[in-house]
Design a protein around this ligand. Structure first.
Ligand SMILES: Cc1ncc(COP(=O)(O)O)c(C=O)c1O
Length: 395
């Protein structure tokens, strides 16, 4: 039987494709510290389950296609803290940020259209866009430049009559880079001058270090028609399995049309929305404490990497990832070797090879993404394993 070209062209997730190897070695008794996936070990706040337990119903009914009003209003209040005001119909609840991104690609692009994106980028953007035959056009950024954007001129050179949007995650996955105010203004100018949507993936917003403030694009004036914000509880509230995200935009026409997609898939799980509403009502000090915890872990990772000869990496300033260039020819081969051949006292680590985070062929072959999602003690051991592993591998 035939399969579609779209599905055949789709890559396997580089974050998940080596999982069978990890599963095999774990069965053989090896302990694996997972730094390959953005699954934090921080406890989901109790209010999530408390709200679900207190939800009094005898039938788990379909929710509204747009989402539960209590959750929609909790998200509006979360943005209001930064003086960003959304109407009720400016928000649609989705199955994670993932579905928000898929809906956005479907609603903004025709087959063959293009979206500009700084690379390296969150690898599943490939999947969301490939599924609807949209091409990602990379704006290459470099480790040596802290993965900051190139000049406006460099970016506008990439715009064609098929370009529909500029998309990015801020703070960045996998780079850990937080956009500066000047970069945000530049994106706004490019979008306005070229009539592009701005798809601002803010699922890591608030996780920014060294006193930096990871601002929302929603704080900028004059882009109401262009701006689409992607939100999620997965990372900031350590609730990846809740699968609650949202799309926010003041472009009424766009939201009216995205609602058709939401209606076609009926609704998002009712109980998880109840829990998520409670998460968004947590006081800002909760998110501050989460940020402090990741900052501590960032320091452990960066300190170690900085002292390994041959490793190149800039200090990340947000999210919980770092991309590091390693002194190896092929990072994927090294990651597999770490799993299959190496251990320190029965324990090894799993990293994500970074090649799959790039659209440009040949980039990232010697790079890995490290997710610092484990507690400080585990991160310390993991980084010691990496250091010893590199020495042994290069012998
Ligand atoms: C940048 C970015 N956007 C979106 C997502 C999707 O998150 P979820 O679907 O869990 O909300 C992720 C998950 O890792 C991510 O890193």
């Amino acid at each position: 039987m035939k399969l579609s070209n779209r599905i055949l062209d789709m890559q396997e997730s580089p974050v998940r494709k080596l999982v069978p190897i990890a599963t095999k070695v774990k069965k053989q008794g090896k302990k694996v510290l997972h730094l390959n996936i953005g699954q934090p070990d921080i406890k989901t706040p109790d209010v999530f389950m408390d709200a679900i337990n207190a939800y009094d119903t005898s039938i788990i009914k379909y929710s509204f296609s747009q989402g539960e009003p209590t959750l929609i209003n909790a998200i509006r209040d979360y943005f209001k803290r930064d003086d960003i005001l959304f109407d009720e119909d400016d928000v649609i609840i989705t199955n994670g940020g993932s579905e928000a991104l898929t809906f956005t690609a479907i609603a903004t692009c025709n087959f063959g259209d293009e979206i500009l994106i700084p690379e390296p980028f969150y690898t599943n953007y490939n999947g969301f866009t490939k599924a609807v035959d949209v091409k990602l056009v990379p704006i290459t950024t470099k480790a040596e430049e802290g993965f900051h954007l190139p000049s406006k001129n460099e970016i506008t050179k990439l715009i064609t009559d098929k370009t529909r949007a500029i998309m990015f995650s801020n703070p960045g996955n996998p780079t850990g880079t937080v956009l500066s105010d000047a970069e945000m203004e530049m994106i706004k100018e490019i979008a306005l001058e070229n009539n592009l949507y701005i798809i601002s993936d803010e699922v890591y917003r608030g996780i920014a270090f060294d006193g930096l403030n990871s601002r929302s694009m929603g704080e900028l004036d004059g882009i109401d028609e262009n701006l689409i914000i992607i939100e999620s509880v997965s990372k900031k509230f350590s609730a990846c399995g809740a699968r609650i995200g949202s799309i926010l935009s003041k472009n009424k026409q766009l939201m009216k049309n995205i609602l058709k997609l939401a209606q076609a898939r009926l609704c998002v799980a009712t109980l998880e929305q109840v829990g998520a509403a409670a998460l968004y009502q947590l006081v800002p000090s909760y998110l501050e404490s989460v940020k402090d915890e990741y900052e501590k872990r960032r320091d452990i990772v960066y300190e170690t990497l900085n002292h390994i000869p041959g490793v190149v990496c800039e200090k990340p300033t947000g999210a919980f990832y770092v991309v590091a260039k390693l002194p190896v020819d092929n990072a994927e081969a090294f990651v597999i070797w770490l799993l299959e051949e190496f251990d320190v006292d029965g324990e090894t680590i799993m990293l994500a090879p970074a090649e799959g985070f790039y659209a440009t062929e040949g980039l990232g072959v010697d790079e890995v993404r490290i997710a610092y999602v484990l507690n400080s003690a585990d991160m310390q051991r993991a980084m010691a394993i990496l250091k010893q592993g590199l020495i042994a591998y290069n012998k």
